[in-house]
Design a protein around this ligand. Sequence first.
Ligand code: C2E
Ligand code: CA
Ligand code: CA
Ligand code: CA
Length: 275
Amino acid sequence: AKNAGRRTHRFFAPAMEAAVQSRRSLKQDLRNAVDAGEFSLVYQPIIALETNEPVAVEALLRWWRAGRGEIPPSVFIPIVEEMGLIGTLGEWVLREACATAAGWPRAITLGVNLSPLQFRKHGFVLDVVNALRHAGLPANRLDLEVTESALLARDVATRVALHELHDLGIRLSLDDFGTGYSSLQSLRSFPFDKIKIDMSFVRDISMDADSAAIIRAVIRLARDLGMKTAAEGVETRAQRDWLARQGCTEGQGYWFSKPISAAELHTLLAQPRRA
Ligand code: C2E
Ligand code: CA
Ligand code: CA
Ligand code: CA
């Protein structure tokens, strides 16, 4: 067993070494990415299921890494957080998205994702207010999307920050609902306006009666609490129709639109309403 262990070690060492190396160079590149202008935002419309019109747009971060192509946020955001750079990057996202949204031909809502770590930053509320003021975007057009893990710590600073933001008229959404911990406690402790139902439930509605039952219950719960619901990852007509029948207020996903560039979104919003 000892020998096998040593062999395993020797076998894996080069691969591990390579992984450490590539992580190191990833960090180096991330450190320069903001200055190099390698980050950009794409925008995905969120559609009111009753009217089929966009009521909001979510900003999603993209990193085009020189020589390597696009790296998904699920890969680089955890590393940016670990490096302590999410505050800087998050502030860039907020300012860039608010400035873009202020120029949209329709006064719809802008959704921006927040990392849990951003709340811990001293003066975070003021950063948000300054971004809005700088862009000339009214507070009620900004919707901050927070995941349940963000609230896990349930520290006083987070709770105070969320209430302050909400008192300013900024909207709050509970993102990825159903995938985190203590969801119901979060709903009671924080002033959310909207629940975003995670796409893992939406994907399974036609095959899995349990997923369908859970979504129905969440929609009902949100309605009773006076909150809106947005279903994520809507990819088919059947999913859209089923969600609309259940009383889900909004849908987001490839069925309506993939995330698109600021210019493409502008063109889309400039088109006359269908109704
Ligand atoms: P999220 O907030 O849940 O964003 C929705 C994700 O689902 C996006 O992935 C979007 O491109 C994808 N999506 C939308 N419609 C569909 C669909 O119909 N089918 C499928 N399969 N996927 C769909 P993306 O852009 O890769 O972002 C992944 C995650 O990265 C986001 O999940 C969010 O947690 C995080 N993220 C993105 N931008 C930011 C940001 O600016 N700040 C922070 N802190 N996190 C961000
Ligand atoms: Ca989100
Ligand atoms: Ca989500
Ligand atoms: Ca997610």
